[in-house]
Write a protein that binds this ligand. Structure first.
Ligand SMILES: Nc1ncnc2c1ncn2[C@@H]1O[C@H](COP(=O)(O)OP(=O)(O)O)[C@@H](O)[C@H]1O
Ligand SMILES: [Mg+2]
Length: 301
């Protein structure tokens, strides 16, 4: 187990800084945290599962916040037209002249020009989604190499001198063009899996798609982990599903599991991550643990 595991001291320091006078009074002092080691090179991680409501966006937002609070520089790219990651990170509405992933994908805008900084966690950056992305599949269909647009934009960002330790790409609930772009742009894929009856069924389709992409478009893509989400391990069903997933996928399944936790569902309406909204909650603790585990799952050369 990681030597970087969360200590209770961290939680108490954070919890004590909270009052109920609104978000601004809960500013987080990042100096109270130990920093985590940076990866050797930027880790680009697509968070994907073609099922909706399994915890993709919750996982992206809270892992990104956890790592950024631990001193790493983190970018979230919101590749879902619904823009849930964007609003969870404080950008529900965009200024008229704000560039989004739409302009990056369709007009060749640079990711660098679409960056937004999180108000509470300065190390946390976002490239927002926009409603225009609803029609993007049709728009991009006619382009050659349309699967590689996001990958090229990410490479261009990194070679332009911008530095990020982690880039998370939040994908939509489909295996369409945006998810394929995310999987081609990434070196790693992380799959949140809602621990419920029949959870494994959709996973077979996803792993087939990933296998196909690895052969055709992105030989470097690797499976970083399956993160069980919304786990109710106090029920027999929840326990059984988890055991089944572990028996089938072995070590790919992360040790950390994310329980069902109401604070995790409330945080987005406050446009905050769980780490700043309710740092002492079970959800915050578990996403911090997941962040540490992710750091330890860096591929060894
Ligand atoms: N561990 C959890 N406990 C309670 N609610 C959760 C948890 N994870 C996600 N949710 C809630 O479930 C809904 C779906 O989660 P979300 O992350 O948006 O899924 P996806 O991005 O896969 O569609 C959201 O309302 C979210 O706030
Ligand atoms: Mg989502």
């Amino acid at each position: 187990m990681s030597k970087h595991r969360l200590t209770d001291v961290d939680m108490v320091e954070q919890a004590d800084s909270g009052t109920d006078n609104g978000a601004s009074s809960r500013a987080v002092n990042i100096r109270t945290f130990a920093t985590l080691p940076a990866p050797k090179k930027t880790r680009v991680i697509a968070v994907a599962n073609q099922k909706g409501g399994v915890g993709k966006t919750t996982t992206v937002v809270n892992l990104a916040a956890a790592l950024a609070l631990r001193g790493l520089k983190v970018l979230v790219i919101d590749a879902d037209q619904q823009g849930n990651a964007s609003s969870s990170l404080g950008f529900r509405n965009l200024a008229d002249n704000q560039l989004s992933l739409y302009e990056v994908m369709t007009e060749g805008a640079a990711l660098r020009d679409a960056l937004l900084q999180n108000a509470k966690i300065p190390n946390l950056w976002l490239v927002p989604a926009s409603m225009n992305m609803a029609g993007i599949e049709l728009e991009l269909n006619e382009r050659t190499n349309f699967q590689q647009i996001l990958g090229e934009a990410v490479q261009q960002l990194l070679s332009s001198g911008a530095h990020f330790d982690y880039i998370f790409i939040d994908s939509p609930p489909s295996l369409g063009i945006m998810t394929v772009n995310a999987l081609v742009a990434a070196q790693e894929v992380l799959v949140p899996l809602q621990a419920e009856y029949l959870a494994l069924e959709g996973l077979t389709q996803l792993t087939k798609t990933i296998d196909m992409l690895v052969i055709r478009l992105n030989p470097h893509l690797r499976f970083t982990g399956i993160l069980p989400t919304m786990v109710t391990s106090n029920t027999l069903l929840g326990k059984g599903v988890l055991e089944e997933v572990r028996a089938y996928y072995g070590d790919i399944v992360m040790e950390t599991v994310i329980p069902r936790n109401v604070a995790l569902a409330e945080a987005p309406s406050h446009e905050e991550s769980i780490l700043t909204y309710q740092p002492a909650s079970k959800g915050a603790k578990c996403y911090l643990d997941a962040a540490y585990e992710l750091v330890n799952r860096e591929e060894k050369p």
